[in-house]
Design a protein around this ligand. Structure first.
Ligand code: SF4
Ligand code: SF4
Length: 312
């Protein structure tokens, strides 16, 4: 971010009942250092704003084609749909194409907000949260914009608002530390214990993440720390990975975990961004797989919650 006083956000969801106690307002920060092959929020990966194309809404009027001064748009000869050359259409400042589309087929993902603007939205939702509710910052990766996130969390606490973050913990400890000062709940992903597999499926090794979890798990913390595993068939659902996770959790004195079944709800967003989705055909894990994993954790006295509703 050039201007540290604004954060780039790709989604704000009011009235969620996931990712923290009570009702929540979820704020999704754009930009992520990982490249998880199963990612369900591809529009949160790149830090820059991007155009999204809903081909089903396209009327093939071609108003947009001539409007792009970068000449990034062409017409697919066989389907008549438009094509974006994403090597040119990158970090656009003007989004002339979006303005030219009157049919709602083009949109922009990513919008910059000041803290005051976000607080205004947060306060608007407040009366709907119920007991214990509050704000959860996720992404993308919230730590990519850690200075802004720290200040936003501080403002929330100054206004007696419960706070949570959802993070990969792939960031320098000093960045995480500032954010933790005003955080009540931390959901942190442990995607896979084998660092080679981790590198292959997320683009980064897991050492920094595990070190940060160990540091976050230190006694006298001011937040509740809940590790999470997104259960991805064929990648981290085997007993070996679960046993290694158990060993790690015991070593760092953590005794609860949240497991989330893979879903492919992000498929249409890949299409809108012109990206291939390797997991487009992948089924969610069956209930018996989730139960097997839950039972393994519980056999080792680690409370295991299935899905994103965590007991408070
Ligand atoms: S977003 Fe910008 S660069 Fe991309 S096609 Fe539209 S006008 Fe061109
Ligand atoms: S302006 Fe909109 S509706 Fe027309 S061709 Fe472009 S994307 Fe399709």
């Amino acid at each position: 971010m050039k201007n540290n006083e604004r954060a780039r956000i790709f989604d704000i969801q009011g009235f969620s009942v996931h990712d923290g106690p009570g009702g929540r307002t979820l704020i999704f920060f754009k930009g992520c250092p990982l490249r998880c092959v199963w990612c369900c929020n591809p529009e949160g990966v790149n830090p820059y704003r991007e155009v999204m194309y809903k081909s089903l809404q396209c009327q093939k009027c071609y108003n947009c084609v001539g409007k792009c001064s970068q000449k990034a748009i062409s017409i697919n000869g066989s389907t008549g749909l438009i094509l974006f050359d994403r090597s040119i259409c990158k970090e656009c400042d003007t989004f002339e194409c979006v303005e030219a589309c009157y049919n709602g087929a083009l949109g922009i993902t990513g919008k910059d907000y000041s803290i005051d603007e976000l607080m205004h939205k947060i306060e608007r939702d407040r009366r709907f949260w119920g007991k214990g509710g509050g704000v959860t910052l996720g992404g993308g990766e919230v730590l990519q914009q850690y200075k802004f996130a720290s200040r936003l969390l501080e403002r929330c606490h100054a206004n007696y608002i419960n706070t949570a973050i959802e993070t990969s913990a792939y960031a320098p400890w000093s960045h995480l530390q500032g954010v933790l000062k005003n955080t009540d709940w931390v959901f942190v992903d442990i995607k896979c214990m084998d660092s080679d597999i981790h590198s292959k499926v997320t683009g980064v090794p897991n050492r920094l993440i595990l070190e940060n979890i160990k540091r976050m798990a230190a006694k006298n913390r001011n937040y509740r720390l809940i590790p999470r595993i997104p259960i991805i068939p064929g990648i981290n659902d085997d007993n070996k990975n679960i046993f290694e996770t158990v060993e790690f959790l015991k070593r760092v004195n953590l005794f609860e975990i949240n497991i989330l079944p893979f879903h492919r709800l992000g498929t249409s967003k890949y299409e809108q961004l012109g990206l291939e989705y390797a997991f487009a055909e992948m089924e969610s894990p069956e209930t018996d797989v989730m139960e097997r994993i839950r039972d393994l954790f519980e056999a080792y006295d680690i409370r295991c919650y299935v899905g994103s509703d965590t007991p408070f």
